[in-house]
Structure formats: structure tokens, C-alpha cells
Design a protein around this ligand. Structure first.
Ligand code: NAD
Length: 348
């Protein structure tokens, strides 16, 4: 979809409340399906996009990141943080907002909350990758880390990959209870587990989605058998990983944008020569995905700007004929474009 001309200086703004109304209106599984296809369509246009590792501002508590990209017609950026200690203060670990703009005029097309949209696009990206790399008969997923992202991940894997059972584990039993409660009625069989070892029992997909600013070992080598797909979401920052490096030695590893993942992903633990495949190449047929049933495939997910670009364009398309936005007056619009001062003066 090409960006629509904006006849007015007003631009649509999607608040958290309107995002929730929109998701309920269309249905979360429909949104996740459509978002998965939108991201996949943009991954297939990979060479058209401007790509760079995101700009990260690190502090002791966390990170604040800007994630820009453009396909030459539209430009997008997301502002997002990652602060694992936030939940103890009653705040989100990850919060975000983002903007889509026209390249030809530089005028914004959309401003939106992206905390919910990030959870949706991260789940859609996980499912997009798992539907190509997970074993074809995958029906059980272990979900280690049951925080804000967890239910989105589980529902996307059900809707897009066909998972029937999710096995939950978190260090905090309250997080397990919350996720189990929220997934009631989702159509998934939900099993609350007491250890991560218990959670991976019988699972063909293991999703790690924990938050700790540390080289953590959520999975050790002896926990991962052959034929597993690992969807590693939580290690997404320098000094913040989830997998023991011995697992990476046995796995075929797939990444979003290699230069960014070398800095932020699980592979920051490995030498620069450690081989990885950018996932768009699997979609385009330039590289192989899973090559045999016993292989361990690893999606070393960190989150890449193109996924946010896709999510923003998808959202803008969904706003047509709905009331799930407000018009925001953020671009000055004098009758004579050079008479900005006159506009200010007349407003006195
Ligand atoms: P959250 O803080 O809401 O939840 C994290 C959960 O992990 C908590 O419930 C915590 O108790 C649990 N946990 C911490 N250490 C654990 C351990 N050793 N074993 C088991 N559980 C443990 O965070 P969230 O919003 O759900 O995000 C989870 C992670 O995903 C974060 O690290 C975030 O940065 C990352 N993330 C990645 C992407 C991506 O695109 N790859 C997108 C969004 C978030």
C-alpha cells in the first residue's frame, strides 16, 4: 500500500485505548495473521530498505533505542526502551511509540502507541519464522518467561503455526498464574510448570522471553534435544543473553539483520566467524531453512526496524473507515507556507 496523501495538516494518532479497541474489533488472531503476512511481504522487499543497527543509549538500568528505516516511499521510526527493573516499580519493561511519514514531503502519516503494537509484531515475527523453521508437526511450545510479551507469543504460535499446548514457566509463580489465567479460553491447552526442565518436556518449540540485564542461562546445552526450534526473544542487548553458547555450537542460527544481531543477540557470545543466516534469504529461496528433522534451529530475535515499519503501515491501512484514532494537530499549516510568523501573529 502506497502512503496516502494527507489532505489536512492533521495526522491520525492511535492511543493505547484505540489500539485495544481496534484489536478487539478485528480479533487478535486476525490481526496477528495479517501482521505476519505484512512483515513477510516487507522481508521479501529486503533490498529496498535502508538498514542500520538501531541507535541505542545504554544506562545502568536499561536501554533507550531509536529504530528507523525507509523503503524510499515511506519512513518509519520507533522509540522503545528496555528496562528489566521497571516491573518492580510498576512500569513496563518495554514501552514504545512510533511514527510513519511520507518520504516525498517528509510529512507524518501516523503517530501511534507501540507498546501493544510491539508485542503484536514481535509475536507475529516469531510466528513468521517458526512457520518456516519449526518441525512440521510442532504442537507443543514451552514458554519460559511469562511477562508482558508471553500471551502474544503463545496466541501467535497457535494461530499461525498450529501449536495446541503451551507449557509455562517463570521464576515468579505469580507471572505463571497471570499468563495461565489470560490464556484461558484461547483454545490452547495450558500447563503451568514448576521448573524450566518440566516446561520443555515434550515441546518442539522453546520460546525464551525473560528479562534480565545479564548473561543468563535460561537454557543449558543438556536441556535442548534434537529437532527443536528455539525462539529466543529476550536476549536483545549487549550483556543480555539467555542461551548457553554450547547450544549455539549445535544450532543452525537465523537472524533478522546480521550487523545488529552481532551486537545485541545471543551470537554476541560467539566469534565473528560464527555462521548465521539472515531470515529474509530463507523466504526468498536464497538460503535453506530447516534441512532435516533432527536439526536444532535457533531464531536469535532482537527486533528489527523493518518489522515496526510493516506494523505501522499495516495499522494505517486498518484505520480506513474506522473511528479508532484521533486527528492530531502537530504540523503547522499556514495558508502561505512561508508566512509561519504571520500565522502565529494572527493567533494572538
Ligand atoms: P517482562 O519484564 O514483562 O517479563 C519478563 C519475565 O521474565 C518476568 O516475568 C520475569 O519474572 C521473567 N524472568 C526473568 N528471569 C527469569 C529466569 N531466569 N527464568 C524464568 N523467568 C525469568 O518483559 P517482557 O516485556 O515480557 O519482555 C521479555 C524480554 O523480551 C525482554 O528482555 C525484552 O527486552 C525482550 N523483547 C524482545 C523483543 C524482540 O523483538 N526480540 C521485543 C520485545 C521484548
Amino acid at each position: 500500500m502506497a502512503p496516502q496523501p494527507s489532505p489536512l495538516a492533521f495526522i491520525p494518532f492511535v492511543s493505547v485505548e484505540n489500539m485495544m479497541r481496534l484489536v478487539h474489533h478485528f480479533g487478535i488472531e486476525t490481526v496477528l495473521h495479517e501482521l505476519t503476512d505484512a512483515i513477510e511481504a516487507d522481508y521479501l522487499r529486503w533490498s529496498l530498505f535502508e538498514k542500520a543497527p538501531r541507535l541505542a543509549s545504554h544506562s545502568q538500568e536499561g536501554v533507550i533505542e531509536l529504530m528507523p528505516t525507509s523503503d524510499g516511499e515511506a519512513y518509519a521510526f520507533k522509540y522503545v526502551n528496555g528496562h528489566p527493573s521497571n516491573t518492580a516499580k510498576g512500569l513496563q519493561t518495554v514501552a514504545a511509540f512510533g511514527l510513519l511519514a511520507r518520504v516525498d514531503t517528509g510529512y507524518p502519516l501516523l503517530l501511534t502507541e507501540m507498546t501493544l503494537l510491539t508485542a503484536l509484531r514481535t509475536a507475529a515475527t516469531s510466528a513468521m519464522v517458526a512457520r518456516r523453521l519449526a518441525p512440521a508437526d510442532a504442537r507443543v511450545m514451552a514458554m519460559i518467561g511469562n511477562g508482558a510479551q508471553a500471551e502474544f507469543q503463545a496466541i501467535a504460535m497457535k494461530a499461525i503455526v498450529g501449536i495446541e499446548e503451551v507449557r509455562l514457566y517463570d521464576l515468579d509463580p505469580e507471572a505463571i498464574r497471570k499468563a495461565a489465567r489470560n490464556l484461558q479460553g484461547s483454545g490452547l491447552r495450558v500447563v503451568a510448570c514448576e521448573t524450566s526442565q518440566d516446561a520443555i518436556e515434550g515441546a518442539q518449540i522453546i520460546t525464551t522471553c525473560t528479562a534480565d540485564k545479564a548473561y543468563a542461562t535460561i537454557l543449558s546445552d543438556n536441556m535442548v534435544g534434537s529437532g527443536i526450534h528455539i525462539n529466543a526473544i529476550g536476549g536483545d542487548c549487549p550483556g543480555k543473553t539467555e542461551l548457553h553458547r554450547d547450544i549455539l555450537d549445535r544450532a543452525a542460527t537465523f537472524v533478522e539483520f546480521e550487523p545488529q544481531t552481532r551486537i545485541e543477540g545471543e551470537i554476541q557470545q560467539m566469534e565473528a566467524s560464527y555462521p548465521v543466516t539472515e531470515f529474509w534469504k530463507v523466504l526468498s529461496g536464497e538460503a535453506e531453512g530447516r534441512t532435516d528433522a533432527r536439526q536444532i534451529t535457533l531464531f536469535d530475535s532482537v527486533g528489527f526496524a523493518i518489522e515496526d515499519f510493516s506494523a505501522l503501515r499495516y495499522l494505517l491501512g486498518k484505520l480506513d473507515d474506522t473511528a479508532f484514532f484521533q486527528q492530531l494537530d502537530i504540523i503547522a499549516d499556514p495558508d502561505d507556507p512561508r508566512d509561519l510568523f504571520g500565522m502565529l501573529q494572527r493567533a494572538a
